[in-house]
Design a protein around this ligand. Structure first.
Ligand code: NDP
Ligand code: MG
Length: 385
């Protein structure tokens, strides 16, 4: 029996992980569940999965917890993440919260010697060097949940001692793949939230439309697979069947394919190195039709260019990009800015926060705060913000 704690259990990834647990009750037992504010859904999950501990990072009075759920440990407030990541024993910790909030949790879980299953790419974007160093020290590699990184991880199982010469990080291209730069700048919230292939949380769906998601994934891949930005290539593949690929010296390219269904990479991380049923449809290549590929376009999607610039700049540049993007996406979702302003906000923050260090967690949190201050200053100057 594997015990698993899920940070962000009410989200898109968290709830699909619980579907896998439900399919394999003989294999998984839930230790902890946390959410930010969606208490009713969390209560339902607690009732069904009977964890040892649960918590909401936006605290509510314990008197609001239904009487039949009070027998477990409840932790209210930001402390809930720490208790779930590090204090309550578990074999695995799935970090599926959104944003830089995941970094401390990943570090806490590793510090406690837990196997980390990582959906929260922001932890690697902001603190990749610290996370990877700690994972190496405890001898438990980070198991990626992000579909592209899971695909690469799966391909690398067949690599033996051979180092890849490059990674092909696939991208659906999002809803604006064929739009002009001008059209993209004026896209509405509804248009940006309509992803052609994947159903995901709001933040990552907006990031997929701007391709900031791919920018974050380039950074995530840089740390997970220890390759420089120049060896990580974005390949737009609108059908989302090839989840990513790895290139080798002899000219061979290994890819992982499947229907777009996050339960597959989630379950692979949970059951690694075994494969278990996920409820996903098998890929039927007889009916899939043509698979097409095109290069990513940094002209229309400047996030792709910014990712490489930030990785090459080093220090806390990636943290600044991430923090400013989080603020800008929140402003866009709140109807306060145009879609094109997301990129302008990030560019402004990068210009105004150059050369910040990222030696320690504290440096990273300070850089994140500086990026958010710069982003907010820019956003408050925008018409209608
Ligand atoms: P969702 O918004 O659907 O869910 C996020 C979960 O985390 C919810 O349980 C939410 O609680 C909780 N949460 C949000 N913010 C905080 C916070 N500041 N502190 C503590 N808990 C918080 O997100 P997704 O599931 O889509 O994404 C989760 C992570 O996985 C992200 O980093 C994303 O980039 C990554 N990812 C997601 C994919 C997907 O298919 N969805 C694919 C690949 C990666 P509440 O419900 O109460 O708000
Ligand atoms: Mg992805």
């Amino acid at each position: 029996m594997t015990t698993i704690s899920i940070l962000g259990s009410t989200g898109s990834i968290g709830s699909q992980a619980l579907q896998i647990v439900e399919m394999h009750p003989e294999r998984f037992k839930v230790a902890c569940l946390t959410a930010r504010a969606r208490k009713d859904l969390l209560f339902e999950q607690v009732r069904k999965f009977q964890p040892q501990m649960a918590g909401l990072t936006e605290a509510i009075p314990l008197t609001e917890v239904p009487a039949d759920l009070r027998h477990i440990q409840w932790v209210m407030g930001p402390e809930a993440l720490h208790v779930a990541a590090a204090e309550v024993p578990a074999d695995q910790v799935l970090v599926s919260v959104v944003g830089i909030a995941g970094l401390q949790s990943v570090m806490d879980a590793l510090e406690a010697g837990r196997q980390v299953l990582l959906a929260n790419k922001e932890a690697l974007v902001t603190g990749g060097h610290l996370v990877m160093e700690k994972a190496r020290r405890i001898g438990k590699p980070i198991l990626p949940v992000d579909s592209e990184h899971s695909a690469i991880f799966q391909c690398l199982q067949a690599a033996g001692p051979n180092r890849p010469t490059g990674l092909l990080l696939t991208a659906s291209g999002g809803p604006f793949r064929t739009w002009s730069r001008e059209q993209i700048c004026h896209a509405t919230r509804e248009q940006a939230l309509h992803h052609p292939n994947w159903s995901m949380g709001q933040k990552i769906t907006i990031d997929s439309a701007s391709m900031f998601n791919k920018a974050l994934e380039i950074m995530e891949a840089r740390w997970l697979f220890d390759l420089p930005a120049e060896q990580i290539h974005v390949l737009v593949h609108p059908q989302s069947i090839v989840h990513s690929a790895v290139m080798f010296e002899d000219g061979a390219v290994l890819a992982q394919l499947g229907v777009p269904d996050m339960r597959v990479p989630i379950a692979y991380a949970m059951s690694y190195p075994e494969r278990i049923p996920t409820g996903s449809e098998p890929l039927d290549l007889f009916r899939t039709g043509a698979l097409t590929f095109e290069p990513g376009d940094p002209e229309r999607f400047p996030a792709l260019r910014l990712a490489v610039e930030c990785l090459n700049a080093g220090g806390a540049a990636c943290t600044v990009l991430n923090g400013a993007n989080e603020e800008a996406v929140a402003a866009f979702l709140g109807g306060r800015i145009a879609f094109g302003d997301i990129t302008h906000t990030v560019e402004y923050a990068l210009e105004h926060c150059p050369g910040l260090p990222a030696e320690t967690l504290d440096d990273i949190f300070q850089a994140d705060a500086a990026a958010r201050r710069a982003a907010c200053a820019y956003l408050s100057g925008l018409k209608g913000a």
